[in-house]
Design a protein around this ligand. Structure first.
Ligand code: ADP
Length: 663
């Protein structure tokens, strides 16, 4: 074990990462008066993390393997810039013992634990053995030649896990002995392809678990402390979605036992720097001091969800990491580390919950941060950025802090209602529903929560004339202006013609919603199914729009996103897709690509490959929802990649043609 009592000088840190965590590390380093170096792939040419550092090394490549995972490129960049330390962030090279070793060999401080500890904790089965010897409880394992018999002995269901596993990959629940062999083979195959290591093991499946992890820190002077626990039980496919600290409804005596087990684990390893000991708690019965919990794994790095610990303890964990890497003692010993209040984190992803959470790519057109500034937003993106499929689609981490859990949850609900992400479908609506859920608010969290409540979380909102009146506003406004405004503007003094009458179709979560709007004096009547309402729009001044529904005035928050309109209903963002807009520059996905705004049939092609067009020129006509839509060019240029033909059926979002900029 390499233990250095000497002080390491750190004047310049190379951050071997990207996105929010690269930015977050740079901010703390800057506060500490340390210079920073970013590395950036070809994809990240304009990424935010390049803008918050002192120097940038362009390492090229697109895939992680060609860029952020290429240790040679990273070490060369450190050499070139004379960085004396490397912070690996999370993911990428953060838990790569060979990389940590290579840094050490070059005399560069690796901001993390020693290479041998990373290696020991890198394989789940080795880690389990070490912890077992140290007296830290581990999940019962089925071992021996006759695995079937061993598994029956610990009792089904069991869980087959990849020793080198991460991100839930390979993991399989097995309900009976007959399925064990197949599950093990499948896990082996998946592990081999994902981690290059096909070693698997079988452990008891905990039926009603909570994921509770403890933040620990060790220094090179032999001190180890914990910074309390985080509850990360809200998961989807074994991936964390919502995290909080402290863990709700946990008897104090049980908490203390979990903290002690984590400290024992870290002490056994002579752990230095930041680490997380993950436990699984068997929450099937009433929680008491003696409720069983088991070591799952140790993450030898900073975790994504570390902000919640920072919020309840008031300590900057990256600062601690850097100070420890410099050879300093822990900033505080255990008896001086306290916590107060409650913090939540949600992971905002570019993904579509309605389509089985398919990752979304595209341009982040705008991020509108409305409402009170009572949250922490860690992000690596800014307006105009392209979200590519090369890296994780996490857009941001949103955190709130409150005196109590309810208070922190209220703030999260407000934040999720106020922040508007324009350009990409996200899981924001879904997250918001979690914070409306009674069981969640009561602290009844467990790892099956999302799966069990999925139908409620995905359920569309109650469609009312007032919701539709908000959604239709930009369209009526356009009708009035005899065109389709790129952005809706509040404040124009306009009224619909009293004889106005139209039927609108808006798509919500894949289903059409049809309603009528009829001019009625100064106002108009909106009718949907059996409901109807008299509506008036009022300019609220300072860019706000007020909506008078049958005499009651509501505030409207809405934004337009290409062919979509997002309205805010009681703090919940609700997205409508607008099919059937003709002559619509907003429907072309921007600038240099023409995509299908909805599934449909191509009815006419108005241009040829190589043809020059200017912004607004009609390019393709398609029919969808029985309405013909004209897709027009978003910019001046030459048509390329025109692949569709008349009568082709195209999917929502399909790229139909591109426009190459003319020189
Ligand atoms: P990975 O490293 O692949 O993410 P972990 O061992 O950290 O795998 O487990 C991820 C999640 O899988 C846990 O948070 C928990 O929800 C679930 N899990 C892991 N082990 C068990 C188990 N023995 N019984 C039930 N669920 C488990």
């Amino acid at each position: 074990m390499s233990k250095s009592h000497s002080k390491n000088t750190i004047n310049k840190i190379l951050i071997a990462n990207r996105g929010e965590i690269a930015c977050r590390i740079a901010y703390t380093a800057r506060d500490m008066g340390i210079k920073t170096v970013a590395v950036a792939s070809d994809i990240d040419r304009d990424a935010l993390h390049r803008q918050v550092v002192d120097e940038i090394v362009h390492i090229g490549g697109a895939t992680p393997a060609e860029s952020y995972l290429d240790s040679k490129k990273i070490l060369d960049a450190a050499d070139k810039t004379h960085a004396d330390a490397i912070h690996p962030g999370y993911g990428f090279l953060s838990e790569n013992a060979n990389f940590a070793k290579a840094c050490e060999n070059k005399g560069i401080v690796f901001i993390g634990p020693s290479p041998d500890v990373i290696e020991q904790m890198g394989l789940k089965d080795t880690a389990r053995e070490i912890m077992d010897k140290a007296g830290v409880p581990i999940v019962p394992e089925a071992k021996g030649k006759d695995l079937k018999a061993a598994a029956s002995k610990i009792g089904f269901p069991v869980l087959v896990k990849a020793a080198a596993g991460g991100g839930g990959k390979g993991m399989r629940k097995v309900d009976n002995a007959n399925d064990l062999k197949d599950a093990m083979e499948a896990c082996q195959r998946e592990a081999k392809s994902a981690f290059g290591n096909d070693s698997v093991f079988v452990e008891k499946y905990i039926e009603h678990p909570r994921h509770i992890e403890v933040q620990i820190f060790g220094d090179s002077h032999g001190n180890v402390v914990h910074l309390f626990e985080r509850d990360c039980s809200l998961q989807r496919r074994h991936q964390k979605v919502v995290e909080e600290a402290p863990a709700p409804n946990l008897p104090e005596a049980l908490r203390v036992r979990i903290h002690e087990a984590a400290v024992t684990a870290a002490k056994t390893l002579g752990y230095t720097n930041a680490g997380t000991v993950e436990f699984i708690l068997d929450a099937s019965g009433k929680l008491t001091e003696n409720t069983p919990f088991y070591f799952m794994e140790m993450n030898t790095r900073l975790q994504v969800e570390h902000p919640v610990t920072e919020m309840i303890t008031g300590h900057d964990l990256v600062e601690w990491q850097i100070r420890i890497a410099r050879g300093e003692k822990l900033p505080h010993l255990q008896n001086k580390i306290t916590h107060k209040g409650h913090a939540f984190e949600v992971r905002l992803y570019a993904e579509d919950p309605a389509r089985d959470f398919a990752p979304q790519t595209g341009r982040l057109k705008d991020v509108i941060l409305a409402g009170r500034n009572e949250y922490r937003l860690d992000t690596g993106f800014q307006k105009g950025d392209e979200i590519s499929s090369y890296y994780d689609p996490m857009l941001a981490k949103l955190c709130t802090f409150g005196e109590t859990r309810d208070d922190a949850a209220d703030k999260m609900r407000r934040a999720l209602g106020n922040i508007q992400i324009v350009g990409l479908q996200t899981n924001q609506e879904y997250l918001r529903k979690i914070f409306d859920h009674k069981a969640f608010l009561a602290g009844d969290v467990h790892t099956h929560f999302i799966e069990n409540h999925h139908d409620e979380l995905i359920k569309p909102i109650d469609m009312t004339p007032s919701v539709l009146a908000m959604a239709v506003y930009p369209l009526l406004h356009d009708v009035h202006n005899n065109g389709y405004a790129r952005r809706f503007a509040v404040g124009a003094n306009w009224r619909l013609n009293a004889a106005y009458r139209s039927t609108f179709i808006l798509m919500h979560q894949g289903a059409p919603i049809t309603f009528d709007v009829t001019g009625q004096g100064e106002r108009y009547r909106l009718s949907y199914e059996t409901k109807s309402a008299l509506v008036d729009y009022i300019d609220g001044g300072d860019g706000t729009l007020l909506l008078d529904i049958d005499g009651t005035v509501h505030k409207c928050l809405l934004s337009r996103d290409r062919g979509d309109i997002i309205v805010n209903v009681d703090g919940q963002p609700v997205r409508f897709h607008v099919p059937g807009l003709s002559n619509d520059d907003a429907l072309s996905a921007g600038d240099n690509v023409i995509t299908a705004p909805m599934p449909g049939r191509i009815t006419d092609i108005l241009v040829k490959n190589g043809q020059n067009v200017k912004a607004g020129d009609p390019v393709i006509r398609m029919e969808a929802m029985k309405i013909e839509t004209t897709l027009s060019a978003g910019q001046i240029g030459k048509i390329t990649d025109l692949k569709v033909a008349k009568d082709d059926i195209v999917a929502d979002g399909a790229v139909l043609a591109r426009i190459e900029e003319s020189d």
